[in-house]
Design a protein around this ligand. Structure first.
Ligand SMILES: Cc1cc2nc3c(=O)[nH]c(=O)nc-3n(C[C@H](O)[C@H](O)[C@H](O)COP(=O)(O)O)c2cc1C
Length: 249
């Protein structure tokens, strides 16, 4: 059985970090992408998300530089080079692997978030924030019933937010628009607070968890990092018992 159009889009979507800066993404398409995002599932359909469309140059510079600085600390200082080499061992050519490591440890890999045309930056940056008080705390009738929902409030919000972003990435891919999910600029307490302040997000009630750049890809990128197949990632009935489909047994 061949892949359906939807599955082709799912498999064909790639993280795009080099953009054709001669082409902008019109607001009409950004609307379509956000609208598709809003069709994601969420616990009790509470839709605990807000999207900020960031085009402002100064804001882009601030968010992008936060990503670059954090990447230098994360990959340039905290991660041993052997570990980076291990993670990127799927890149066969030694020269390409070395180049990827160089742009990671120098933070150059995340320049695209700033949106500068000189570095093939993305014309649009979406920032997704989720309502941390989602489910269990946000409804008056459920307030104080933390025992019923446990820690599901913030967890559900993040899960729903991630699904929302994936919907947007797939909708963009279906429209021929490249995208890249990024979180490095939001992973540290200091950064998430600083970015929230710049964007006026009422943090920590609302928390920005992911960014999504949008733009037309400069290069066709069909080959992504390798994926593990179902036979590796799925079990039948019990952890450790590999799920092998009938005709492979
Ligand atoms: C939670 C999350 C965080 C990510 N953070 C970053 C990031 O900070 N910067 C970036 O360029 N890509 C980031 N990515 C993109 C991944 O690197 C990319 O999706 C992965 O390597 C697989 O490549 P593909 O999307 O082309 O298939 C992130 C993806 C996810 C889901």
């Amino acid at each position: 059985m061949g892949d359906s159009e939807t599955i082709k889009v799912i498999k064909g979507r790639r993280a795009i970090r080099d953009y054709d800066t001669s082409k902008d993404v019109p607001d009409e398409l950004i609307y379509k992408i956000i609208e598709a995002g809003g069709y994601a599932p969420s616990a009790e359909n509470q839709q605990p998300w807000r999207v900020i469309v960031v085009r402002d140059k100064k804001l882009r510079e601030f968010i992008g530089q936060t990503a670059v600085d954090r990447t230098i600390l994360l990959f340039g200082r905290a991660t041993p080079r052997q570990e980076l080499e291990r993670r990127l061992s799927y890149i066969e050519s030694k020269a390409s692997r070395e180049r990827t490591i160089d742009i990671l440890i120098s933070g150059q890999r995340f320049e695209y978030i700033k949106g500068n045309p000189e570095t093939d930056g993305a014309p649009v940056l979406l920032v997704l924030a989720v309502d941390q008080t989602h489910v269990g705390n946000s409804q008056a009738t459920l307030r104080g019933t933390g025992g019923v929902y446990g820690w599901s409030g913030p967890r559900h919000a993040v899960i729903a937010g991630a699904m929302m972003v994936q919907n947007m990435a797939l909708a963009a891919a279906a429209l021929g628009i490249g995208s890249c999910v990024s979180s490095v600029q939001l992973d540290h307490f200091d950064d998430v607070g600083a970015i929230s302040k710049k964007l006026g997000i009422p943090f920590p009630h609302w928390v920005p968890i992911l960014c999504l750049t949008l733009g037309y890809a400069k290069y066709d990128r069909t080959l992504g990092p390798p994926r593990q197949g179902p036979e590796e990632i799925a079990f039948l009935n019990k952890w450790g018992q590999h799920f092998v489909k009938e005709d492979r047994k």
